[in-house]
Structures are given as C-alpha cells and as structure tokens.
Design a protein around this ligand. Structure first.
Ligand SMILES: Cc1cc2nc3c(=O)[nH]c(=O)nc-3n(C[C@H](O)[C@H](O)[C@H](O)COP(=O)(O)OP(=O)(O)OC[C@H]3O[C@@H](n4cnc5c(N)ncnc54)[C@H](O)[C@@H]3O)c2cc1C
Length: 383
C-alpha cells in the first residue's frame, strides 16, 4: 500500500474538506430525545446526498462517485475529522447497498438503492437471534413458501435502528433438512406490517439503540429474496465483510480525537507530568497509530482479493479494546464529571462497553485472527 496521495486523491480530499467546512451540520438537538437525534442524522444524510457525498464509494450508476478505495478511506477519515454525525442510514449505505450490488437483480438495485442513499428508506440488519449471535448459522427464524410469498415467523434481537426502518435485511431458515449453513435465505422484509412487532431495548447509555423483533407470520414476496433461495449464508457473509471494513476509518479518527481531547484535559490538570498517566497515554497513542496503519493496510487486501480480508477483524478487535481502555482512563483523568449522566465523557465511557460485542465479539475475532491471519490450527476441545 503506497500511502502517498496522488494529485487526484488530494483534489478529492480538498473538495470534500471544502464542502464540509462550508456545510457544517446543525447543532445536535438538545430536546426531543432519540427521535430528534435520529431526525437530525437523517437531515444530515439528506444534505450529504444532495451534494453527492452520501456514498462516494458507490458506482456512479447507483448514485455514488465511483470513488477509489483510497478516496473512500479519505472520505471516512474526513467525515470523522469534521466531527459530523454518522449518516442515519449507515447500515443501508455500508451493508445493504453493497450487498445488493453484489447479489441483487437489476430490478432490486433500481428499486432499493436510490432511497437508501437519500435516507428516505432506512435499513436494519435482522441477523442475531436470542440463541444465534456468533453462531449465526444456527438461527431459527423460519420462512415457509406460500404461493408467491414467504411466511416468516421467529424472533430477532439487537436489531439496531429497527424502530426507524422500512426494510430489514433478514436471514431466515427455508430448509431444515440440509446442513445448517445451506438452509438459509436472505430476504428484504418490509417492517411496516402488523406481523412485525418492534420492542426497543434500553441500554446502559439510556438509549434505545437496538430492539427485539417479534415476527409472527410476516409476508415477504418472492421478489424480495436476495441472491437466491438457500444461498443466504453467502449473501450474509458479504454483508458481514462490509460491516468490518468501511467504518474502520471513521472509527479510528474518532478514537484519535477522543485521545487528543483526553490529553488536552490531562495537560490542563498537570497530569502529563505524572508517569502513570503519561505512560498510559503514550501507549494509547501508539495503539491509535497502529490501528490507523492497519486500517490502511487492509485496503491492500481489497485491492488484491476484491473484498475485505480477515485482517479487518484485527482492526475491529484492537479498536474496541483501545476505545474501552481510553474511555476508562478518561474517567480517571476527567474525574466525577465523566460519571455524571448527560456528559459526553460519560456517554463515551458507557457506550464503549458494547464495542467488544457488536460487529463480532472479541473472542470470535481472536479466533478469526488466529486461524485465518496467523494460520494457527483450530482448537479441538476433548469431550
Ligand atoms: C451495540 C450493538 C448493536 C448490534 N446491532 C446488531 C444489529 O443491528 N443486527 C444484528 O443482527 N445484530 C446486532 N448486534 C448483535 C451482535 O452482532 C451480537 O451480539 C454478536 O454477534 C454476539 O452474539 P450474542 O450476543 O448472541 O453472543 P453469543 O454468540 O451467545 O456469545 C456469548 C459469549 O460467548 C463467546 N463465544 C461465542 N462463540 C465463541 C467461540 N466460538 N469461541 C470463543 N468464544 C465464543 C462470545 O465471545 C461471548 O462472550 C449488535 C450488538 C451490539 C452490542
């Protein structure tokens, strides 16, 4: 990976920086709770969309700019650097759209891609179930064919943003007589039907970021099967690969900003002279740099193999671990204000707890790194 930007990449970065400087998002709403926050992020995505900046990595024919891998990484770094909020339809932009581009029919792409970009239709990811998270292929939600439709019954959990979503990327079992990975199908389920009940789950931060979904004989037309009946595992892997790839760049910049903010407070309080804090901040600085460079190195895999490689798991593991260490240290440096409800410090501290679970738990990521990056043998447990 050559980290020197070409004139074209510099022009791309400068154009985006210029646009972001001239188009700061409105201040986050103070009242109105999560609904208002969500609307604020939706409005922000709409502004990005109107200016052609919602998803520059998407091909021009689907409303993107056909940005190269490096430009796309620059995009996420600049969005992170500008401290703009995440676009409301992040799951649609990062996971749903790219999955549809690989597996969708022309009709599906034409119908679903434009409203993902404009945030008119929000997407959520209905993969995890109460007894199937890391071992996704064990899922039990069942879809049975009925004429030209599928009838779906089951339960999903941890479904982020389901309360705002029009469409759910749903993986369900369509054949119970074949090995578990082979009996799955990937659907696009309309959330606006009585058979789908969304129950928000309150998190430690006080937010209802994710939900339980109770699905009782929901109907999905045949036309909303993505990638063919029985092919759901492969389609789901496309979604999961994209999950760990794109966000990495924005997350590592946010980590850097939080570290800089923490160092600034430590400096104000004279704590940089204290070797305990100085050592820990230096260690976090080194980790931040390693994560940044690993994220860039990950682009080489995409260039070589056409899709993100298992190294993305390493970045996700290091990022989540570092973010938890940093937010814990920030509490020690900032003091009681960091444990007071409503402060950004307390939010960061509490929200970081979920980092080692979401998008693949640390234990599972370590297995992937051990087996697929380091080539270590699989652990065989004697029973
Ligand atoms: C903030 C947040 C948002 C999320 N959003 C979504 C979403 O929008 N859609 C969605 O579908 N899911 C979502 N998830 C769910 C997430 O993907 C799962 O929580 C995750 O895959 C783990 O599954 P689980 O919770 O069922 O834990 P389990 O798989 O039951 O794991 C329990 C424990 O066992 C460990 N473990 C499991 N298997 C192994 C193994 N083979 N080797 C070693 N240890 C193992 C795990 O590391 C964990 O510590 C979200 C989670 C969070 C925290």
């Amino acid at each position: 990976m050559d980290l020197t930007f070409s004139p074209q990449e510099i022009a791309f970065r400068d154009e985006l920086r210029g646009w972001l400087a001239a188009n700061q998002p409105d201040a986050a709403p103070v009242d109105g709770g999560e609904d208002a926050q969500y609307q604020w992020r939706r409005d922000w995505q709409r502004r990005l969309y109107d200016a052609g900046w919602a998803a520059p990595a998407w091909p021009v024919e689907y409303g993107g700019r056909g940005a190269s891998l490096t430009e796309s990484a620059i995009y996420y770094e600049e969005i992170g650097r500008s401290r703009s909020p995440l676009a409301a339809n992040t799951l649609g932009l990062l996971l749903g759209g790219p999955t549809l581009m690989v597996w969708g029919t022309d009709e599906q792409k034409e119908r679903y891609l434009p409203p993902i970009l404009s945030a008119e239709e929000i997407w959520c990811q209905g993969f995890s179930e109460p007894e199937a998270g890391s071992d996704l292929a064990s899922l039990k939600t069942r879809a049975v064919k009925d004429g030209e439709e599928w009838v779906v019954t089951g339960q999903k959990v941890w479904t982020s943003g389901a309360q705002y979503s029009k469409w759910c990327m749903l993986v369900a079992r369509t054949d119970g007589d074949v090995p578990k990975h082979k009996g799955l199908t990937y659907f696009l389920m309309d959330m606006e039907q009585d058979a789908v009940q969304v129950r928000p789950l309150r998190q430690i931060t006080g937010e209802d970021e994710f939900n339980e979904l109770f699905i009782e004989e929901a109907r999905i037309p045949d036309a909303n099967v993505i990638g063919g009946v029985g092919n759901g595992w492969k389609v789901a892997l496309t979604t999961l690969m994209n999950e760990r790839a794109g966000l990495g760049f924005a997350l590592q910049i946010r980590l850097r900003q939080l570290l800089d903010d923490t160092i600034a407070v430590a400096a104000e309080r004279g704590l940089l002279e204290d070797p305990v804090y100085a050592d820990e901040l230096a260690e976090l600085h080194t980790r931040c740099e390693s994560i940044r460079l690993l994220a860039w190195k990950g682009l080489t895999d995409v260039e070589r193999y056409g899709q993100p490689g298992p190294e993305g798991s390493l970045v996700k593991w290091l990022w989540s671990d570092t973010n938890q260490r940093l937010t814990q240290l920030a509490v020690d440096i900032v003091g009681p204000a960091a444990l007071t409800a409503g402060t950004s410090w307390s939010y960061e501290f509490l929200r970081a707890r979920g980092n080692t679970i979401e998008g693949g738990t640390t234990e599972v990521l370590k297995n992937i790194v051990a087996e697929r990056v380091l080539g270590l043998p699989r652990l065989k447990v004697a029973v």
